[in-house]
Design a protein around this ligand. Sequence first.
Ligand code: PHE
Length: 346
Amino acid sequence: MSKENELKEILDAAKEKIKDAIDDASLNELRSFYTGKKSPLTEILKTLATASIEEKKIIGSLANETKQKIEAFLQERRLELQNAIIEKKLRSEKIDVTLPSKKIKVGSIHPLTKTIEEVEDIFIGMGYTIAEGPEVETDLYNFEMLNVPKGHPARDMQDSFYITENLLLRTQTSPMQVRTMLKLKGEPVKILAPGKTYRRDDDDATHSHQFMQFEGLVVDKNITMSDLKGTLNLFVQKMFGDSLKVRFKPSYFPFTEPSVEVDVSCFKCGGVGCNMCKQSGWIEILGAGMVHPNVLKGAGYDPEVYQGFAFGIGIERAAMLRHGIDDIRNFYLNDDRLLNQFKGEN
Ligand code: PHE
């Protein structure tokens, strides 16, 4: 066979093999097989040593050309294989942007938190400061300094969770009255104290062993019951509606004298009588009164000079009335169906 034909055969065979190569390693093998020191191509070049000048020229350049072509095939196949890998990767990493996305649940502010914020805003607007205190309270502040000494029958009004003989979970936010007065040392007081409270009640639609209250306390010279009434009137109108009225009923709390229970005219029926107000036209919303002289005195205020009023609002009760929720336990179940109704509401 002529050398030209041999070279052509080498080229054809190399072309075929290179086309079938599946990776870089096999391409490298083919490269050394077809162009390396022991390759048939090199063998042909070696035989040229004894060939004529004419043959050297023709076959030499043909052999070089063949080698270049083989290199070009190798390079071409290498790129093909690289592209295939990229292609495959792209295909496997493809994202279908038209697929519906996963829904991320967005929470909402809890109705009780909303109620707290609303009530705080109303009282801040009247010049009150927000005060906070501990839920684990001393017997001294929770009862004794609120004019409820040990053995006082009023202790039975609030069944308590005691931790030690002198420590308990506060049964009311009223200890904040004592704490604030002791802190302000005879200065005028105007605070609103929201927070959790605890009583050993059996849970039902209107009772929860843990609930929340607002304590309001104003102490200054010349404070009268009409200040209390005016304040609560404004609060009720801002919270439940402009046309509503409050009425006071005599009541009893050991730390206020006189004490009152405060009703608001029914915001559902306007006072005519309905299921919400149990046909009475009025709904009880809070307890209040004039701060008892013993409480003022105990906290360092001279009752001959200073007077004060205090009130306690049940936060859950206010929220239930405001939003028509009929079971207090709903606030603590975290059921989406309730909570979602408060989304987007201000
Ligand atoms: N602390 C009382 C209660 O929990 C409410 C109250 C507060 C009454 C302030 C009068 C004055 O029942």
